[in-house]
Design a protein around this ligand. Structure first.
Ligand code: 4AD
Ligand code: MG
Length: 464
């Protein structure tokens, strides 16, 4: 048996009857009587299981004792046409190897229909469920599609650092990275911690965004994108925030805000279409089990143009809506998820791109408009999600950038390298960041962001 090539379940299910195959995987269910046992085996290659038939003439009850839900086995046998519905072939087993048992008394995935909350507590085993198998296969497909999209368009993948000394968003919600002894750090005369003695000779943190370094790449290679983990130490315990999430950040030279919006809209539509074209089995499962509107919603996003309007127009609609919001809205306030979702789900009934936000609520690097009040920002708002993309045209004028950094009380010295790109060969350029898990919330129809990343990190939670 060991000399044979293992066949994945997804492949076996497409093969013609009559061939012999070796299959390996985990038992999902076992049923039967004293003449025959039917085992549904899954190996992660598909949402579908393959049925294995163990005849009593070839396998004693004792042989099959350890073959229970969760056990891992290898089975050699012949593919035969299946009479059962939903599959064309099953395997008539001739030999079997039991790799690992799973005690029915303690294996937690016995019954179906566990709550998502319970499954989060068993993050080490939840990938073995149908739901998480589907989600993580889709996650893989989307990661692949992202690289394909940009590669096909001539963008270069740029690996930006995970440890940095700058706060790209100026929001201050950063995780510190240090090797100092926290119980007794070196101190300066004034009592503050002396980071010159720390590992990097200065205070360092985990990146909140690869954008600033991405801009350096774009201002040399023309068009780049990053795809990496980012970290935010904000204490937001919501179904849409993670402390560690993945972000895709394209950055392009000679691009203005309109080009940026066109790219972002095309990019998201490409990804949704890629999922519909390549992940239909898994999407159908999620559609049937969780959200009967999922596939319709995905299709409608591809068909419609996104609505484009300014922040000012958006706030106007919200104020005239007569809707009672938990957080009242007026010009100058940052939009909450409830406001974003009102515009998308109640007013326009399609994705919305909001532009030209007040400069006070946006980051220092955004291009300033002539009105002196707004910046050339663009957020894309999605049904069920709210903000899925945040981006902008960047301030390319040295003078205006420096003035804004000063106004915001930031330190020009730590950003000297970023500022120099405006001193030498500056060009109009733009980019955006897509939150990978927010995209996956939309594609899978899941309602909690902790369920679209294998091992979520959120306040007070770093298990597994
Ligand atoms: O709007 P954000 O903060 O923008 C940036 O970081 C820019 N540097 C992007 C750029 O222009 N290159 O974050 C971008 C996206 C958001 O729209 C959202 O989808 C996601 O990242 N995001 C989060 N996802 C999960 N958990 C969090 N805590 C997130 N914060 C932002
Ligand atoms: Mg944002």
């Amino acid at each position: 048996m060991n000399s044979m090539q293992r066949v994945k379940v997804s492949n076996a299910l497409t093969m013609a009857p009559g061939q012999s195959v070796l299959i390996k995987g985990w038992v999902r269910t076992k049923r039967g009587n004293k003449n025959v046992a039917f085992v549904a085996l899954n190996d992660g290659s598909s949402i579908k299981n393959i049925q294995i038939v163990f005849e009593a003439s070839k396998f004693s009850e004792d042989d099959l004792k350890g073959v229970t839900t969760g056990a891992s086995i290898g089975v050699y046998g012949e593919l035969v046409a299946s009479l059962g519905s939903g599959q064309s072939v099953e395997i008539n087993a001739t030999s079997m190897e039991l790799y690992g048992t799973a005690d029915p008394e303690s294996y937690p995935l016995q019954k179906k229909g566990h709550s998502m909350e319970f499954l989060r507590e068993i993050g080490h085993l939840r990938p073995r469920t149908n739901t998480f198998g589907a989600i993580f296969r889709i996650r893989h497909s989307m990661a692949f599609a992202i690289h394909k999209y940009f590669n096909d368009k001539g963008f270069y993948c740029l690996h930006t650092p995970i440890i940095t000394a700058s706060d790209a968003e100026g929001a201050g919600a950063m995780f510190q990275v240090t090797t100092l002894d926290l119980s007794n750090p070196p101190r300066r005369e004034d009592g503050t911690v002396d980071y010159s003695e720390d590992f990097f000779g200065k205070s360092a943190n985990l990146t909140v965004s690869g954008q600033l370094e991405g801009e350096l790449g774009a201002l040399a290679l023309g068009e780049i994108y990053t795809f990496g983990p980012t970290f935010r130490a904000e204490n937001s315990n919501t179904p849409r925030h993670l402390s560690e999430f993945w972000m895709i950040e394209p950055e392009k030279a000679f691009y203005e805000i309109k080009d940026n919006m066109d790219l972002a809209e095309d990019f998201i539509k490409y990804l949704v279409k890629y999922a519909l074209d390549n992940c239909m089995d898994d999407l159908k499962f999620l559609n049937d089990m969780f959200d009967k509107e999922l596939i319709n919603r995905l299709m409608s996003v591809i068909e419609d143009d996104f609505v484009r309007l300014t922040y000012t127009e958006g706030v106007d609609i919200l104020m005239k809506s007569g809707q009672k919001f938990e957080f009242p809205v007026s010009w100058g306030t940052d939009l909450q998820s409830e406001h974003e979702r009102y515009l998308v789900e109640k007013h326009f009934l399609k994705p919305v791109i909001l532009t030209d936000y007040p400069k006070e609520i946006k980051a220092f690097y955004m291009k300033q408009n002539d009105d002196g009040k707004t910046v050339r920002a663009m957020d894309i708002l999605f049904p069920k999600i709210g903000e899925i993309i945040g981006g902008s045209q960047r301030e390319e004028s040295l003078e205006k950038l420096e003035r804004r950094i000063d106004e915001m009380g930031m330190d020009r010295k730590t950003l000297w390298w970023y500022i120099e790109t405006r001193k030498y060969g500056t060009v109009p350029h733009s980019g955006f960041g897509l939150g990978f898990e927010r995209l996956l919330l939309f594609i899978t129809g899941m309602t909690n962001i902790r369920d679209v990343i294998p091992f979520p990190r959120s306040p007070r939670n770093a298990d597994f």
